[in-house]
Structure formats: C-alpha cells, structure tokens
Design a binder for this molecule. Structure first.
Ligand SMILES: [Zn+2]
Length: 284
C-alpha cells in the first residue's frame, strides 16, 4: 500500500516518523525512534514486572475505563451481543466485535444501534484453544473492546484520522503510556469479502489493538470501494489488563483471585518461566 494511506492527521500534527523494522521490515509510525516494530518475535515482552501504564487495572476496571473514555468522546455504549453469530451464515460464533453488524448494518439495510458506538464483545476463536494454558496469554473466550463508526454516504462519522487519534488518546492520556513507546504498524486486513488498510498498535512486545479501515469489497474477484466505509477497531481486554498489571501471565491478571486460591490450595509459589518459553516457541 502507498505510504499516504497511512499518513493520518495525528502523525502529521505531532511529528511521527515512518520507520522500518530492522528484523521483519514492516513499516511503522512512531514518535520515538525504534530498531524494531516492537512486536514478538522482533522484540521480547518488556512489560512483565514493569507495567508501562500509570495505573494497574482489573479486568472490569479496564473495560469500564475504555467504554467511559469513548462515551466522553461522543460514542454510545451498546450492550454486548450473544456469542452465537446472529446474521452471518458463514460462521457459527462471534469472533470479532464487528460480526454482530455484518452483513446488514454494513450494507445499509439495518441501522446501527448507535453511530459511532462503543462495545466490549465476547468472542471465541477455536484456533486459540490449543494454546490455552501453554502460552500464558490465550483464552478459550476473550472480549474484544471496540469503537465502530459506519460512514454512510449521507452521514459520514469519522474514519482514519479520528480513529487513530482516539486510540492514541486512550493509551497515552487515559492509561498513561509513554507516547514515544507506541508503534503503529502498517498492515492490510481482509475478511468476509471486505478489506482495507489497518494499523497494528504495538508496544512492550505486544499488539494491544488493531485499527481497521474497511473500505473495499470484493465483487467477482475485483476490489471496489464500499459506499459505507467502516471503522472496525479491536482492543484486547485481557491483553490490556495484563499489560496494566505486568504479571508473568495474562491468567494472573484476569483470574487473579482464582489463581491465588489455586496457589494456596496447591502450595505452588509462582507461575514459572515455562509459560514464556512456551510462548516464544509458539510465536517463533
Ligand atoms: Zn518487526
């Protein structure tokens, strides 16, 4: 994709520079200067034992923080949808926060419940299951927090500039992340017959969010622009909770009370380094 597809207003205003990862050669944008794109395996986790956020948040508090931040920024919080996909005929389960709106909201046949909206949607991905318990960071279910905007031609809401700005404000002002730590990796997303450029939002070795700008649809194998461009973001609730607490594994951050009980009951003192070793095998 041409560089201009990713040069959003936030980067121009604040002086982000476009750099290239010396390991995987992926281009990314950052206020700081970095050798790598910041994601494993190019960079190891560096938030274990030292959270980059100014506050430690529980799972519930992180969800509330995210949703209330978006409410304060003009979004309506909507209730989560069932984990069984309601309209899509190609899948049984909801694997991302945008699924409950596909295809009829995106095609314009059904109005969205609010626009723009904020949600924390339970999701399930069966390919994660084999990693549960091994990597220290995969779950049988997870919540994808998101802000979505449906840009109907008659009433556009916001697209790349505001999406990136909201993400940056949430991470830096709300959670207290050092603005120079964040890297916005250029990437391309496609799924369900739609596609568009996206940013993978990375810091501390982990991808914390993805910002997708859905702007094309496939018609007989050809990519044509969509009438309604859609902002499709995804912020990992478990991942952000884990980073905020800096615990050895995501399980300790999300299931802290349960793990504390298990440790007491079994006499185990800590979750050992095996989870991270296993993770590097899977990620590598
Ligand atoms: Zn890289």
């Amino acid at each position: 994709m041409p560089e201009g597809d990713y040069a959003v207003e936030l980067f121009r205003q604040q002086g982000f520079s476009r750099q290239t990862c010396t390991r995987c050669e992926t281009p990314f944008w950052s206020l700081g200067t970095h050798e790598t794109c910041g994601e494993t395996p190019c960079q190891e986790y560096d938030f274990i034992g030292r959270s980059p956020f100014k506050k430690r948040l529980t799972y519930r508090a992180m969800r509330e923080d995210f949703l209330s931040f978006l409410e304060a920024n003009g979004h309506v919080r909507v209730r989560r949808y069932p984990i069984v996909a309601r309209w899509r005929e190609d899948v049984f389960f909801t694997q991302a926060s945008v699924y409950p709106f596909q295809p009829w909201v995106i095609s314009g046949q059904v109005p969205p419940p609010a626009n723009p909206l904020a949600i924390s949607q339970p999701c399930v991905r069966f390919n994660d299951m084999d990693n549960v318990g091994k990597t220290g960071q995969h779950f049988t279910m997870f919540e994808m927090m998101a802000h979505h905007a449906f840009n109907f031609p008659s009433k556009p809401v916001y697209f790349k500039d505001r999406t990136t700005e909201l993400c940056h404000l949430f991470l830096t002002e709300r959670l207290g992340l050092d603005p120079t730590a964040v890297r916005y990796k250029e990437s391309w997303w496609q799924g369900g017959g739609n596609s568009g450029p996206c940013f993978e939002v990375v810091f501390g070795g982990a991808e914390a969010a993805t910002l997708v700008f859905m702007e094309n649809r496939e018609v007989n194998g050809t990519r044509v622009p969509m009438d309604t461009k859609v902002v499709d973001t995804g912020y990992g609730l478990e991942r952000l909770t884990w980073i905020s607490q800096g615990t050895t594994s995501a399980y300790e951050a999300v299931f802290g009370d349960a793990l504390a009980y298990l440790k007491r009951a079994t006499g185990a003192k800590h979750v050992d380094d095996r989870v991270l070793t296993e993770y590097s095998k899977v990620a590598g």
